[in-house]
Design a protein around this ligand. Structure first.
Ligand code: ZN
Length: 246
């Protein structure tokens, strides 16, 4: 009798590590909604306080942070996210250092994800220019990969976490959103696309900027999902680079 190929168990716990409130929705909101709809538990870990995400230098940081956390809760609720950790690092000042690695390691050990979604830690200047590569995104992507391997699985890393009951945990996969480097595509149905747009529109503070017309964010999202769909063989898609990390 031919031996049956064992299928990997489904990815049932998902942790999204993002630099700013709104990154998860822009990056892969439909994928988040799809996992939640299919019964996975999805958690967010938002690294910064979002205090640089505005055009008015006179708004106090705390006020903007409170607004952005509220917007993030609104968006996460629409997509079916179970819970959010706000790490509260200062927006714009993020480095992939030990302090951040430890904070992300703690959240990985707390949530025990099978899958982590985070930013790509590399610039692709030739194909994508400079705009898509916020330094905080690069730093969070790098710090998250360092936390996935080796920190979160290493019992000798940050031993004080053991005293908090945070035992080592091995993440099975990491998916990084990316255009030219994508090798894994998630089909986005029209229903999921609408949900993604609805979630993005929760981030009202991010659209009150000069030059952004009504309806523009929805158009960006549709255009991007269509372009990614063409690469992945769907009408609409979100694309990732998939890493096996177990
Ligand atoms: Zn961002």
């Amino acid at each position: 009798m031919a031996e049956e190929k064992k299928e990997a168990p489904p990815l049932q716990r998902v942790l999204v590590v993002s630099a700013h409130p709104d990154d998860p929705e822009f990056g892969f909101g439909a994928t988040v909604a799809k996992f939640a709809r299919d019964g996975a538990e999805v958690f967010y870990c938002v690294v910064t306080d979002g205090s640089q995400g505005g055009e008015d230098p006179h708004v106090p940081d705390e006020e903007l942070t409170a607004t952005r956390y509220q917007e993030q809760r609104c968006a996460a609720a629409k997509l079916g996210v179970a819970d959010i950790t706000f790490l509260g690092f200062r927006d714009g000042y993020v480095e992939a250092d030990v302090e951040l690695r430890k904070a992300i390691t703690a959240d990985i050990r707390r949530r025990k994800p099978d899958l982590v979604l985070t930013h790509a830690p590399v610039r692709m200047l030739v194909t994508q220019g400079i705009g898509g590569f916020h330094p905080d995104h690069l730093a969070v992507g790098e710090a998250t990969l360092r936390a996935v391997y080796p920190d979160a699985r290493n019992p000798r890393a940050y031993r004080e976490l053991l005293a908090e009951g945070l035992e080592p945990h091995k993440v099975r996969e990491v998916w990084l959103p990316g255009f030219t480097e994508a090798d894994h595509f998630v089909e986005v149905t029209p229903e999921l696309l609408d949900l993604k747009i609805e979630a993005i529109l929760c981030h009202k503070s991010q659209f009150q900027k000069p030059g952004i017309e009504d309806g523009a964010p929805a158009k960006w999202i549709r255009d991007r999902a269509k372009a990614m769909g063409e690469k992945g063989g769907f009408e609409y898609a979100e694309g990732f680079r998939r890493l096996e990390t177990a």
